[in-house]
Every structure is written in structure tokens, then in C-alpha cells.
Design a protein. Structure first.
Length: 181
């Protein structure tokens, strides 16, 4: 197994534990992860070209300067600016997500919802950083998918100097698959 395959495998493993152990991680912050590359016009153009987004704010630099002060990124690209590269000569890096470190029963997880509040535009040239904290873990619930716990985490996207540019609230269901009903 290559180092990249090992890192990817470890990233997706669930941490086993009890509900009482999990509750101890509420309000514990993850370490800060830094985006590997600055927000760039090239990547914005590639994204907008793929989804056929003709919004002038992403294509016309003069319009951007007039309306936003400088070029901005589409809100939908937010998470891409903090994703680690799958490989680099310095070695694999990871994005630490506190919600993935919660020790609970259950071998599977599914994202239930994500809400993002933007505090200001993301500007070309910025390098974003990210940290999150678990804010809630439900008691055990029986669902059609199986028995498990809902985990809520708040993520903080920051520009240089620690300015918060966006906040996300993510809910994940961590469960053991049951028999289909």
C-alpha cells in the first residue's frame, strides 16, 4: 500500500468508543488546517466553466473591482480552498475534522445536512484555514438506516490574521447499518 493509500484509508476509519467517551469531545477544537494553495482565478474559471456559471463577478475583473473591491470566488468553492492536496513532495497532509474523531459505536456515517453562513466574500489570493468543534451528540436513535448518533459540528473558515469569512454547521449520522425495513 502506498503512503497516499494508507493516509486515505486512515482518514475514513471510524473511531470506536462509547457515548460517554464521545460526550467528552464536545467543545474540543480541532487543530487548524491551512489550505495548500491560494484562491486563484484559474481554479475559479475551471469551476465556473464546468457548471456553466456566467456570473460576471467571476469573469470580469473590472466588474469585480467596481462591485467587490477585487476578484472574488463563488461561494460553492469554499470547501475546495481548504482541501489538502492528495499528494505533494513534502508528504501527504490531512484536513483534521473533529467530528470524524468522535468515538462512538457504528461503522458507517452519512452527512445529513450542511449549512454555511458567509460573513464576506472570499477573495482571489487569500489562503484560507479551517478548524471545527463538535457542538452536540444525540443519544442513540433508531432510524431506517440503523441505530446511531447524530453529531453536530461547527466549522470556521478563516482568512489570514484569523478573520472568520464563513461558518458551517454540519450534521453527520454515525450508525451501524441495520436490516432494511
Amino acid at each position: 500500500m502506498t503512503p497516499t493509500e494508507k493516509a486515505n484509508s486512515a482518514r475514513h476509519q471510524t473511531v470506536q468508543g462509547t457515548y460517554a467517551e464521545a460526550l467528552q469531545l464536545i467543545a474540543v477544537r480541532s487543530s487548524v488546517s491551512h489550505g495548500p494553495l491560494p484562491v486563484s482565478r484559474d481554479r475559479i474559471a475551471a469551476f465556473c466553466g464546468l457548471i456553466e456559471d456566467g456570473n460576471t463577478s467571476y469573469w470580469d475583473e473590472n466588474f469585480c473591482r467596481e462591485h467587490w473591491g477585487r476578484p472574488i470566488a463563488p461561494p460553492a468553492t469554499l470547501q475546495s480552498w481548504i482541501q489538502p492536496l492528495p499528494w505533494s513532495p513534502e508528504g501527504a497532509s490531512t484536513l483534521e475534522l473533529m467530528m470524524m474523531k468522535v468515538p462512538l459505536p457504528g461503522s458507517t456515517f452519512i452527512n445529513v445536512s450542511t449549512e454555511i453562513e458567509y460573513h464576506r466574500p472570499i477573495y482571489v489570493g487569500e489562503i484560507l484555514s479551517y478548524w471545527d468543534e463538535v457542538t452536540g451528540i444525540s443519544p442513540e436513535k433508531q432510524t431506517r438506516l440503523g441505530i446511531g448518533h447524530f453529531i453536530t459540528a461547527v466549522g470556521h473558515y478563516q482568512a489570514a490574521g484569523g478573520e472568520c469569512v464563513a461558518t458551517s454547521v454540519n450534521v453527520l449520522f454515525r450508525y451501524e447499518p441495520g436490516e432494511p425495513t
